[in-house]
Ligand binder design. Structure first.
Ligand SMILES: Cc1cc2nc3c(=O)[nH]c(=O)nc-3n(C[C@H](O)[C@H](O)[C@H](O)COP(=O)(O)OP(=O)(O)OC[C@H]3O[C@@H](n4cnc5c(N)ncnc54)[C@H](O)[C@@H]3O)c2cc1C
Length: 291
């Protein structure tokens, strides 16, 4: 199929220009396009039929990774650039794990962290990692109003976010690297680097004695979309990441989440993936925290 006719295509160079064009249209009639790796499919299938496309590619202010107290990743930063940034380590290493295996090379060369979060597809890796690392979403509206929304509130459910129609996502931020923080993400798909049947992100902070003082576990690939698994994470706290504890924590995750059965995998298969993949991912997160 081909997209419905688009009346206006603009390629602004500033956020203010992009928002001003967006404000001229009724809700849904203008859409931002980032890497186009999800939106183009929606346009071709006519699931989305905007009158105007606002291409964000030429807005340099939305690109790049800044390090100060924490880490701020511009919404238009591509997967390929996230995967290549070796400063994303320790508690933020899962961002690189995910970005390095999103789709194929073309998807990684064009797809962006902002586009993935705003689309919030149920099987996407990035929303799960952003949740697992306690990401914060930086939004700006046409009147210049800015707000910062925790990922837990921003990512409402599959294809649904807390972004208002007059807002643009400027950046996603994370806490900075700590001395004893570690995270990891891995997915399992039917073919290498495909959308995950299940993906698991684990983030841990250790105390001086090497015991886990805080943990989070997030999942991708489930019908309800990217989600945290607090029951499993609680079991990691106080442990030093021994195999028995990791297995017990992932058992708890597999038992607590609703894993669907579909043409790609049964419920039991997904639960088993959570257990095996999850224990490996957790072991990597603990190892990175002590590296
Ligand atoms: C073959 C293939 C394989 C893939 N495999 C994977 C995979 O393994 N893992 C995975 O996680 N994903 C995968 N994806 C999806 C990919 O991650 C997409 O890049 C991502 O979902 C969308 O990012 P984008 O930059 O292309 O956004 P676009 O498609 O351009 O935009 C997506 C949506 O976000 C909105 N938007 C974009 N940027 C902003 C902004 N700054 N502010 C407000 N709204 C904005 C757009 O209006 C649109 O509604 C795959 C895609 C393809 C085509």
């Amino acid at each position: 199929m081909f997209p419905a006719q688009i009346e206006e295509y603009v390629r602004p160079t500033t956020v203010a220009e992009a928002l001003a064009v967006n404000a001229r249209y009724d809700e849904g009639d203008a859409l931002f396009i980032a890497g186009g790796q999800s939106l183009m499919q929606a346009l071709k299938s006519r699931m989305a039929r905007p009158r105007c496309l606002i291409d964000l590619q030429a807005i340099d202010a939305l690109k790049g990774i800044e390090y100060s107290d924490g880490v701020r990743i511009g919404a238009m930063t591509r997967y390929v650039d996230i995967a290549a940034d070796e400063r994303l380590r320790g508690r933020n290493a899962a961002l690189r794990d995910a970005a390095a295996h999103v789709g194929d090379r073309q998807v990684r060369n064009r797809g962006t962290i902002g586009g993935s979060c705003c689309w919030n597809y149920l099987a996407s890796c990035t929303p799960a990692v952003v949740l697992g690392l306690g990401g914060r979403m930086h939004l700006v509206a046409a009147d210049g109003t800015r707000r910062v929304v925790p990922a837990t509130e921003f990512l409402i459910g599959p294809l649904e976010t807390a972004r208002r129609a007059d807002e643009l996502l400027e950046a996603v931020s994370f806490a900075g690297a700590t001395d004893r923080g570690g995270s990891a993400y891995r997915k399992w798909g039917l073919v290498k680097d495909a959308l995950p049947v299940v993906g698991v992100c684990v983030c841990v902070e250790l105390d001086a004695a090497g015991r886990c003082s805080a943990a989070s576990i997030a999942l991708s690939g489930l019908a309800a979309g990217a989600q945290l698994a607090p029951a499993g994470a609680a079991l990691l706290v106080g442990s030093s990441g021994d195999a028995t504890t990791l297995a017990r924590a992932m058992d708890a995750v597999a038992a607590a989440v609703e894993a669907q059965s579909d043409k790609w995998a049964s419920t039991a298969y997904r639960q088993q993936l959570i257990r095996t993949l999850g224990a490996d991912v957790a072991a990597t997160a603990f190892a990175r925290a002590t590296a």
